[in-house]
Design a protein. Structure first.
Length: 105
């Protein structure tokens, strides 16, 4: 399998798992239930290779990707205390982090 074929297979699997996760959890408010979904856990096992796809998905569909991003990256963007829980701010902070670390454009 060529690198391009491997990348396409990886992306297809990510999208399948992300679609399943979104379908099953987008209506949930419990971050722990969202993060413990089997498809989400499977995505986390993909490690750093998944960061690009997670950030693209966060940008296009939103969702509670924060735990996966923290676990995989080993860090998090700086979120001021008064912005904790403000999803649009946190989304943008993670997207800026992804740009700074060259995971997304």
């Amino acid at each position: 399998m060529t690198n391009d074929q491997e990348r396409q297979a990886f992306e297809a699997e990510f999208l399948r798992l992300a679609d399943e996760w979104h379908k099953d959890t987008d209506h949930l408010s419990s971050p722990s239930r969202v993060a413990m979904h089997p498809a989400y856990q499977r995505i986390i096992t993909k490690g750093e290779a998944a960061l690009h796809y997670i950030l693209k998905d966060l940008k296009s569909r939103g969702g509670q990707w924060y735990w996966a991003l923290e676990v995989i990256s080993g860090g998090q963007p700086d979120i001021p205390d008064d912005m904790q829980g403000v999803r649009s701010f946190i989304d943008n902070a993670w997207l800026n982090w992804g740009r700074q670390h060259r995971y997304i454009d």
